[in-house]
Design a protein around this ligand. Structure first.
Ligand SMILES: Cc1ncc(C[n+]2csc(CCOP(=O)(O)OP(=O)(O)O)c2C)c(N)n1
Ligand code: SF4
Length: 272
């Protein structure tokens, strides 16, 4: 048993994309001091990941992983805080938290498990489901087309925007390491098949490719790369990699710089 393993019984379906995320994340943090890490989750299949990693963790509410993570970071800026969230969790239920965490450049890493439906509740459509998706809440097909969440995050001033795939564990591990090292808000969207309700394994195996790291500080370039795939079911090419990376003072540092003489407790009292 490795030091990051726990004794919890894993209840994900065999073949679920969450396994790839679990392995890649454990690899990504294996050289970190586990006492300096806090992980947070929303609610859903993805959220069980916090039970399977032996570091400080907080199982939050559906759609509320990000405010919990931001609060932890504010209270203890020395921690590296990682929030695991689902597409239902943070693109439907908690979408305003995602936009505002990016806007204020909270120094947290968001791992977005994107299986393109509400899986734990057995297959309702989300903001990134394909148009026509037939599930529990849309038996005749979803009538809406999906949003592009990375485009939304670029518009929200996120400072690190990336995408990986649960079936490309090496790429995912490297992307997670870069996101965690980034000072400020970072997102790793992880495309993951839900083998029980929307099995995209073949599509992603065939259509994903890895971008090079050119012009990471250009919004125009980032937008072009982000728009290369707009979540169509039959898209030709699905880019993986870092789309955008810029440096900007994170939220807690801006708060603390303005209030040098006060303690974190004083600042929190004023904020609450
Ligand atoms: C406030 C609230 N609304 C609805 C639910 C019911 N619920 C639990 S898990 C879930 C689906 C989660 O979907 P997603 O975030 O996409 O994660 P996945 O299961 O796909 O990993 C829902 C709707 C809940 N627990 N709390
Ligand atoms: S329902 Fe889908 S997302 Fe949930 S554990 Fe099974 S395969 Fe994974």
């Amino acid at each position: 048993m490795n030091k990051l393993d726990t004794n919890y019984k894993n209840t994900w379906c065999p073949g679920c994309g969450n396994f790839g995320i679990l392995v890649a994340f454990k690899n990504a943090i294996k050289d970190e001091d586990p006492n300096n890490i806090a992980i947070v989750s929303g609610i859903g299949c993805h959220a069980k990941i916090v039970d399977y990693i032996n570091v400080n963790s907080f199982y939050s509410l559906h759609g509320r992983a990000l405010p919990a993570a931001e609060g932890i970071k504010l209270a203890n800026p020395d921690l590296k805080v990682i929030a695991f969230t689902g597409d239902g969790d943070s693109l439907d239920e908690g979408i305003s938290h995602l936009i505002h965490a990016a806007k204020r450049n909270s120094d947290i890493t968001v791992v977005l498990h994107n299986n393109r439906l509400f899986a734990l509740t057995t297959g309702q459509f989300t903001a990134v489901s394909v148009e026509g998706f037939k599930g529990k809440s849309t038996p005749t097909g979803a009538p809406e087309s999906p949003i592009n969440p990375l485009e939304l995050l670029l518009a929200s001033n996120a400072t690190f925007i990336s995408r990986s795939y649960s079936g490309n564990i090496k790429h995912l591990e490297e992307t997670l390491k870069r996101a965690i090292a980034h000072k400020g808000f970072s997102i790793v969207e992880v495309l993951e098949p839900c083998v029980s309700f929307f099995n995209t394994t073949e599509f992603y195996n065939n259509k994903t490719y890895v971008l090079d790291d050119a012009n990471l500080d250009s919004r125009e370039e980032a937008l072009k790369k982000i728009r290369e795939w707009n979540y169509e079911e039959n898209g030709e090419k699905v880019p993986l990699g870092v789309f955008y990376e810029v440096s900007k003072l994170p939220f807690y540092e801006r708060v603390l710089t303005n209030k040098k003489e006060e303690t974190v407790e004083d600042i929190l009292k004023e904020l609450i």
